[in-house]
Design a protein around this ligand. Sequence first.
Ligand SMILES: NC(=[NH2+])NCCC[C@H](N)C(=O)O
Ligand SMILES: [Mn+2]
Ligand SMILES: [Mn+2]
Length: 368
Amino acid sequence: MVLRGRSETLMPQVQHFLTRRISARPILSWRLLATVSGPRPLPATLFSRYVVEPRKVTIVGAPLADGQPLLGVDRGPTFIRKRGLVQRLERDAWRVEDLGDLDFEMRSGLGRQEDFAEGAAHGSTKRAKMVGHANRILYEVTHEHARQDKLVLTLGGDHSIGVGSVAGALKGRPETAIIWVDAHADINSRNTSESGHLHGMVLSFLMNLDNSRNMKGFHWLNDESIPVLLPTRLVYVGLRDLDKGEKAFIRSLGIKAYTMHEVDKFGIGKIMEMVLDHILGRTDRPLHLSFDIDAVDPLYAPSTGTRVAGGLSYREAYYICEEVAHSGCLASMDLVEVNPTLTMAGGDERTVDMAVGLISSATGNSIL
Ligand SMILES: NC(=[NH2+])NCCC[C@H](N)C(=O)O
Ligand SMILES: [Mn+2]
Ligand SMILES: [Mn+2]
C-alpha cells in the first residue's frame, strides 16, 4: 500500500513494473497486445484476469436505505435475486457463493423518520452513524473476498454502500480504478451537500475530501491500509445532475467525467474507449464498476429514488457493461439504487431485470 502511493511519482516504466509485481498478473497483457495487433479477439466466455480459476463470484447483499430518505431500496438485493441473478451467473460458468444479505442491525431507536423529516440543514449529514456502521461491515466482507481473488459483487441498497465496497476493493487490490456510472456525482462533502444524504457523498469519503474520514461513523476509514482513492483512478459516465460544490470538486481535482453531453457528442463506443484508456492506458489494473441504476434513463429503469430524465439508453447501459467485460479487468462491482417498491406501471420488473442483465453483461455474458 505504501508502494502504491509512491509509485505515482516514479517513471512510467518503473511504475508499470511495480504494478505488475504487486498484483501478480500474467505477463502477457491483452490490452498491450491489442495496441500492437489491433482489437483483441473476444473469447466466447469472457473472464477477468483478477479472478483465479475456478472462477468464483461472491454476492453480498447490502440492504441499506439510510443513505437517502426512501424506504424500499433496502429490498433491492431480494428482488434482484428473485429475478434469477444466481442462475444467470451459473449459466455463464461462474461458481456462485451467495453470502445473503448482511445484517446491519442497529436500527432500533435510531428514529429514521424524524431524521429525514427535518429540512436539509446545510452542513449536516443524515444517519451518518448508521451508514458508517453498515459500511464498515461491508468493507470487511468485500475486502476478505477481494483478497481471495474472487469477483466481488455487492447488491444495494442505496449508493452509500459504495463507501464499504470500494474501500474493501482498494484494500484487497490497491491498484483498483473505479468506473462510476451515475446520473449524479456522489462527491459532496459534509460542507457542500445540500441534502445531507450520504448516498450523495460516497466519493468524498473515499478521497478524504474536507477531512470526511473524521466524520462520526466513518473513523474506521482512517486506516493506513485502506488506500485513499486518487482522482486519476476515477472516471464518471452518465452524469447529468450535479450540485455546485460537486462541480467545483470535479474541476479542481481534474477528475475525468463523461457527462450525458459527451455521450451524445461522441457516442457510447468512443466514450468507453476513452474511459478505459484513461484508467487503464497501456497497463492492466483491477476495475471496480459502481453502477447506479439511475444512470439509465427512467424510461427503462423507473424504480429508483432519484430519477433524472435524459439518461443512458437501454443499449448504452448494456454497452458500458459489455466493454467492462471485454477489458478483462473487472474485479468488483456494485449495482445500487434499485427500489422496486416505487411502483409505476410495471416499473418494478423492468428495473430489476435491467439490473440482472447489466450484471450478467459486465461479468461476461456476451451476445454472440
Ligand atoms: N446515489 C444517488 N442517487 N445520489 C443522489 C445524490 C443527489 C444529490 N446530489 C445529493 O447530494 O443529495
Ligand atoms: Mn449514485
Ligand atoms: Mn444517482
